[in-house]
Ligand binder design. Structure first.
Ligand SMILES: Nc1nc2c(ncn2[C@@H]2O[C@H](COP(=O)(O)OP(=O)(O)OP(=O)(O)O)[C@@H](O)[C@H]2O)c(=O)[nH]1
Ligand SMILES: [Mg+2]
Length: 339
């Protein structure tokens, strides 16, 4: 393991970024809502970013909402896309302006302890897309960043289902290369003790599989051996986004994961940052007309919460109308480029 030697002090004053991922309906948004409420009661309000362009109502005070910048339904109409294609396209468009989100975060960086990011229900839109990778890399090369992977405990009591969800979690660990916390959510319905046992006691998991006789159960047996290493370092927390049980355990795990990022993961991200810088330098040598023309119209706006903050003097109404105009310009430019 690489040890942090120089530069760790710099990290001390940076907020921790929590990227909340998980299968559709696992409780990501409710968890963000619960954590936000908890941190407000601790007089340590987080900076909250919603990256789900299709959520009907954001149930927490949000600083940056993708929906203020990208009108998902317009994207669907204009490009003749279905719901998933439109979510993917919306995230891609938003990513082209993620540097603006970064500059908002950097401005507030010394005042906040946590940045919480809610992601789209269709997990693969974030975890298997270029835009998800760019957003993750951009955040992780600047701030201590951890993945909070939300699982629905009640829907994971079957050992084969549990195994498939854990394999998915492991694949995300591979892709993000970030400290990882598995949150067993909805413990108000089913206690998560079985998950603790299955991830810490190989024999107990094998016994749970005894009632399964299919080929899949044999595969799961072998897989549980493979996942042993993943389980060894895993932070697994029982939580209920509805009742708030486990909130302090979760925040403790976030603190440990942050430390892990600084000592183990940051050196890798520093190298990546350096590589990207070099790549960008060579890209800037390209002729100007190699740029994508439709990108510059998008303007990321801060939400009302941000404007309420004394440190901001921006007029939110002006921002919103500027945003609508800029989005219209973007659509017009896109139409022109199609004809
Ligand atoms: N009982 C119980 N229900 C929960 C809990 N957390 C979330 N739910 C419910 O689970 C459903 C889905 O919750 P969301 O927070 O919308 O889940 P999500 O992962 O954000 O969903 P998508 O964004 O659509 O993928 C809602 O009906 C919630 O009320 C929990 O801890 N306990
Ligand atoms: Mg959600």
């Amino acid at each position: 393991m690489a040890e942090c030697s120089v530069g760790c002090d710099v990290e001390l004053h940076k907020p921790t970024v929590l990227i909340v991922l998980g299968m559709a309906g696992s409780g990501k948004t409710t968890l963000v809502q619960r954590l936000t409420a908890y941190l407000h009661t601790q007089k340590d309000p987080p900076y909250v970013v919603n990256l789900d362009p299709a959520v009907s109502e954001v149930p927490f005070p949000v600083n940056i909402d993708i929906q203020d910048t990208i009108k998902y339904k317009e994207v669907m109409k204009e490009y003749g896309l279905g719901p998933n294609g439109a979510i993917m396209t919306s995230l891609n468009l938003f990513t082209t302006k993620f540097d603006q989100v970064m500059s908002f975060l950097q401005k507030r960086s010394s005042e906040i302890s946590n940045v919480i990011i809610d992601t789209p229900g269709q997990i693969e839109v974030f975890t298997w897309s270029a835009s998800g990778a760019i957003i993750t890399e951009t955040l992780a090369s600047t701030f201590p960043t951890v993945v909070v992977y939300v699982m629905d405990t009640a829907r994971s009591t079957n050992p084969v289902t549990f195994m498939s969800n854990m394999l998915y979690a492991c694949s995300i660990l591979y892709k993000t290369k970030l400290p990882f916390i598995v949150v067993m959510n909805k413990t108000d319905i089913v206690d998560h003790a079985f998950a603790v046992e299955w991830t810490s006691d190989f024999v107990a998991f094998q016994e749970a599989l005894d009632s399964e006789t299919s080929y899949i159960s044999n595969l799961s047996r072998s897989m549980s051996l493979v996942l042993d290493e993943f389980y060894n370092d895993l932070k697994l927390v029982g939580f209920s986004a509805v009742t708030g049980a486990g909130t302090e355990d979760l925040m403790r795990a976030v603190g440990e994961a942050r430390q892990e990022y600084i000592t183990t993961y940051k050196p890798e991200y520093d190298k990546l940052k350096e590589r990207r810088k070099k790549e960008n330098q060579s890209a800037s040598d390209l002729p100007a007309d190699s740029e994508i023309h439709i990108q510059p119209g998008l303007v990321v706006t801060k939400n009302a919460v941000e404007s309420d903050n004394g440190s901001s003097t921006d007029d939110n109404e002006d921002e919103t109308s500027a945003d609508e105009k800029s989005f219209q310009r973007f659509l017009d430019a896109a139409k022109r480029s199609k004809t």
